[in-house]
Design a protein around this ligand. Structure first.
Ligand SMILES: NC(=O)c1ccc[n+]([C@@H]2O[C@H](COP(=O)([O-])OP(=O)(O)OC[C@H]3O[C@@H](n4cnc5c(N)ncnc54)[C@H](O)[C@@H]3O)[C@@H](O)[C@H]2O)c1
Length: 258
C-alpha cells in the first residue's frame, strides 16, 4: 500500500454520530472525500439530510439516519441501517455529545443524568452495537471524540461534562484491550478549543469565569479548526494507524503540555 493510499477509506462504510454540525460534519465530509460511504447520523434529521445531500452533490457517497445516541433501540437500528444500505461496517466515529455548563452546586440529578445519557451511555451503546457487528465481520476502526477537559478541569461549571469525557477515555482503552484480538482498533481524539455551533452556544449560555482556553496557554496559539480534528480522526480510522489502538490523541495546539 502506498503512503497516500494508507490514508484513504475507499469502499469502507463509516458511521459518524453527531454529523449534522460542527466537528462531526467535517469528519463526515473528510471521510467522504477519501472514498468512504458515510452514514451521517444525528438527532437532527433535517440537518443530517442536508449534510448527506451536500456530500452526494460533491460526488461522494452518504446517507442520513436519525438517531438519539442515548436510545438503545435507535442505536441498534442505526447500525442495522448502515449494514442494510452499504453491506459493511468498517469505521465508527463517536462524536455526538452535549455540553451545557452549570455551576457544580446547581447540578441536579436530572442535569447529570441527561448529559451522561448522551455523552457516556451514548458512547457505550454505539460501541456495543457497533463492536457486536464489526466482530462478526472481521474487525474495524473506532474513534471516540473526547476532550482535553477529560484530562484537566480547563473551565468552570463543567464537572458533569468532564466526568463524561473521562469515562469516554476509559471506554476507549478498555474496549481497545478487549477487542484487539478481533481486529477492532479503538482510539480517541481529544480536541482543544474548536469554534462550532455547539461550543458557541455553550459559552454564550452562561457567564464563564475567564476564557475557555486562554491563548497564552496554547503553545501553537489560538483555536483549532474542525478540520484539525477531522484529519486526526481520519488518521486513526485509516489503515495508516493499523498498529495503533487504545490511544488518546490530544489535538489542542499543545494546551495539555503547557
Ligand atoms: N467544539 C469544541 O471546542 C470541543 C472541544 C472538545 C471536545 N469537543 C467534542 O467534539 C464533539 C463535537 O462537538 P461540536 O462542538 O462539533 O458540537 P455541536 O454541538 O456543534 O454538534 C454536535 C452534533 O451532535 C448532535 N447531537 C446532539 N445530541 C445528540 C444525540 N443525543 N444523538 C445524536 N446526535 C446528537 C447535534 O444535533 C449536533 O449536530 C463532541 O463530542 C464534543 O464534546 C468539542
Amino acid at each position: 500500500m502506498t503512503t497516500q493510499n494508507a490514508f484513504r477509506l475507499d469502499d469502507k462504510t463509516a458511521v459518524v454520530t453527531g454529523a449534522a454540525a460542527g466537528i462531526g460534519r467535517c469528519i463526515a465530509e473528510t471521510f467522504a472525500d477519501v472514498g468512504a460511504r458515510v452514514v451521517v447520523a444525528d438527532i437532527d434529521l433535517d440537518a443530517a439530510r442536508a449534510v448527506a445531500e451536500a456530500i452526494v452533490a460533491g460526488g461522494g457517497q452518504a446517507r442520513a439516519v436519525k438517531v438519539d445516541v442515548s436510545n438503545e433501540g435507535e442505536v441498534a437500528a442505526l447500525f442495522d441501517a448502515a449494514l442494510a444500505a452499504y453491506g459493511s461496517l468498517d469505521v465508527l466515529v463517536n462524536n455526538a455529545a452535549i455540553f451545557p455548563k452549570r455551576p457544580f452546586l446547581e447540578v441536579d440529578t436530572e442535569f447529570w443524568d441527561r448529559l451522561q445519557a448522551v455523552n457516556l451511555r451514548g458512547t457505550f451503546l454505539c460501541l456495543r452495537e457497533c463492536i457486536l457487528r464489526m466482530k462478526e465481520r472481521g474487525g474495524g476502526a473506532i474513534v471516540n471524540i473526547s476532550s482535553v477537559s477529560s484530562m484537566q478541569a480547563v473551565v468552570h461549571h463543567n464537572a458533569t461534562y468532564n466526568a463524561s469525557k473521562a469515562g469516554v477515555n476509559s471506554l476507549t482503552r478498555t474496549t481497545a484491550l478487549e477487542f484487539g484480538g478481533d481486529g477492532i482498533r479503538v482510539n480517541a481524539v481529544l480536541p482543544g478549543g474548536i469554534p462550532t455551533p455547539g461550543a458557541r452556544a455553550a459559552s454564550a449560555a452562561i457567564e464563564l469565569k475567564g476564557p475557555i482556553l486562554s491563548p497564552g496557554r496554547v503553545p501553537l496559539g489560538g483555536m483549532g479548526g474542525v478540520e484539525d480534528i477531522a484529519n486526526a480522526a481520519l488518521f486513526l480510522a485509516s489503515p495508516a494507524a493499523r498498529y495503533i489502538t487504545g490511544q488518546l490523541l490530544a489535538v489542542d495546539g499543545g494546551f495539555l503540555i503547557s
